[in-house]
Design a protein around this ligand. Structure first.
Ligand code: NDP
Ligand code: 2IT
Length: 448
């Protein structure tokens, strides 16, 4: 499967040992395909068992979370923190609360986070965590009790220089606030141990928007470099109208694009004249029912109850910003057929392996999530800096830094892609650029 025998053997053994962890194996397979280019050149990677160490989390924490619902019933959920790699800094990565959460999903996310964080240039190692607790349909009080009880265990494993969690699917400002409050109460200290905090207690201006805005800054670099072009008048479709999708839509619009379709778990909305983003913003604020309600405000728009049909909407640029493996082979075939020329991943691993290859084979510009969506964790890193300095930056300062970081990530990925393969292959470019930094740190620090 890979050109390198070392990678073939290792993939065989990791597949046998983790045979039910499909997402984790998928992330490793994609990464190893890129590593073929460097492993054959550099025998030290094999001699130092770098890949063996990279694919195994440094620590996996798994715990019970017990909480009482509004009816007085006692509930038990599973909590996790996968501390994947600390070679270049304290563990850093989001927490996901969703019914689908399991070890495989958190391992793939923690693995990818390691290289994403390396690409930002900031000192952050990789981690991910969360729970199979579903926030959907829960009252505010239930979310508070759950978040507090989750932190009652997690607090002993984290700290500003050890591990700094943040949000992800199902974890936003509200959940971060409840977890942070409990952490502060137990530890009796005010430090930046979580990022994505509210602005009144140490959060950074610009963090809320950072991932979605960052995706657009990255796409802008691609448009400039590969097509001498920009967002103006481009037709854009976006899956997911959560923290990432919503702000990607707002920034794409601000940069002159027409966002014509947006989805959530119930389906998608198509508004051929361009979505009214003030209505999107209002409907996504508190209610998870944006797609089913939008047409009440804009009767010319249409609602389709199949979220994955969004990929059939003709567009120039598609931004999958919802969840893993949401963009599959039928979806990319429709995109290519309808003239889409650029796909950038706002979500983590939203495109399946065969779908990614199909896009590349058809010469569609493709940005992998670990590069394109790194803006969120980058501004989390800036939040850590501000907390450590006890001095906040203005919105303009943060946004300017974010734009520079995204441009720099593009440059690193582009440079490595050009060096090792085709200058358009940002999957190989981003993987190698992220890997090189972590690899050097691991070599320097000896066998651990
Ligand atoms: P949110 O929970 O805020 O939003 C997720 C959105 O996706 C919701 O609109 C949800 O709909 C929708 N959704 C879920 N499943 C599907 C589906 N199968 N089809 C269509 N829509 C779906 O999560 P985030 O926006 O924070 O995260 C989205 C992705 O981005 C994840 O992959 C995450 O790992 C990644 N990411 C997040 C970062 C961050 O800073 N938040 C940073 C980098 C990556 P509904 O509301 O109806 O449930
Ligand atoms: O996937 C991600 O990069 C995130 N969920 C953000 C992590 C963070 O620490 O801000």
């Amino acid at each position: 499967m890979f050109k390198s025998e070392y990678l073939n053997e290792l993939f065989k053994s990791v597949s046998e040992r983790n045979s039910s962890q499909h997402e984790y194996l998928q992330a490793i397979e994609e990464f190893f395909e890129s590593m073929d280019f460097v492993v054959l050149d550099d025998p030290r990677i094999c001699e130092n068992a770098i890949m063996e160490r990279l694919i195994e989390p440094e620590r996996t924490i798994k715990f019970r979370v017990t909480w009482i619902d509004d009816l007085g019933k006692i509930n038990v959920n599973r909590g996790y923190r996968i501390q994947f790699n600390s070679a270049i800094g304290p563990y850093k990565g989001g927490l996901r609360f969703h019914g689908s959460v399991n070890e495989s999903i958190l391992k793939f996310l923690g693995f990818e986070q390691t290289f994403k964080n390396a690409l930002t240039g900031l000192p952050m190692g990789g981690a991910k965590g969360g729970s199979d607790f579903d926030t959907r349909g829960k009252s505010d009080r239930e979310i508070m009790r759950f978040s507090q009880n989750f932190m009652l265990e997690l607090y002993r494993h984290i700290g500003p220089d050890t591990d700094v969690p943040a949000g992800d699917i199902g974890v936003g400002n509200k959940e971060i606030g409840y977890m942070y409050g409990m952490y502060k109460k137990i530890q009796n200290e005010v430090t930046g141990t979580l990022t994505g905090k509210g602005l009144s207690y140490g959060g950074s201006l610009g963090r809320t928007e950072a991932t979605g805005y960052g995706v657009c800054y990255f796409v802008n670099e691609m448009l400039k470099t590969y097509r001498n072009d920009d967002f103006k008048n481009k037709i854009v479709i976006i899956s997911g109208s959560g923290k990432v999708g919503k702000y990607a839509a707002l920034k794409a619009h601000e940069l002159g694009a027409k966002v014509v379709a947006l989805s959530d778990i119930n389906g998608f909305v198509y508004d051929p004249n361009g979505l009214d983003l003030s209505i999107v913003k209002m409907l996504t604020e508190d209610s998870p029912e944006f797609s089913t309600k939008y047409t009440e405000y804009r009767p010319n728009a249409t609602f389709n109850p199949v979220p994955s049909d969004i990929w059939k909407v003709p567009c120039d640029i598609a931004l999958p910003c919802a969840t893993q493996n949401e963009l599959q082979i039928e979806g990319v075939k429709a995109l290519v057929e309808n003239g889409c020329f650029l796909v950038a991943e706002g979500a983590n691993m939203p495109t399946t392996l065969d779908a990614t290859k199909y896009l590349q084979h058809h010469d569609i510009l493709f940005a992998p999530g670990k590069a394109a969506n790194a803006g969120g964790v980058a501004v989390s890193g800036l939040e850590m800096s501000q907390n450590a300095m006890h001095y906040p930056w203005t919105y303009a300062e943060v946004d300017e830094k974010l734009e520079l970081i995204m441009a720099d990530i593009f440059k690193k990925a582009y440079t490595q892609a050009r060096k090792y393969t085709d200058h358009r292959n940002l999957v190989v470019g981003a993987n190698i650029a992220g890997f090189m930094r972590v690899y050097q740190a691991m070599l320097d620090q000896g066998v651990l």
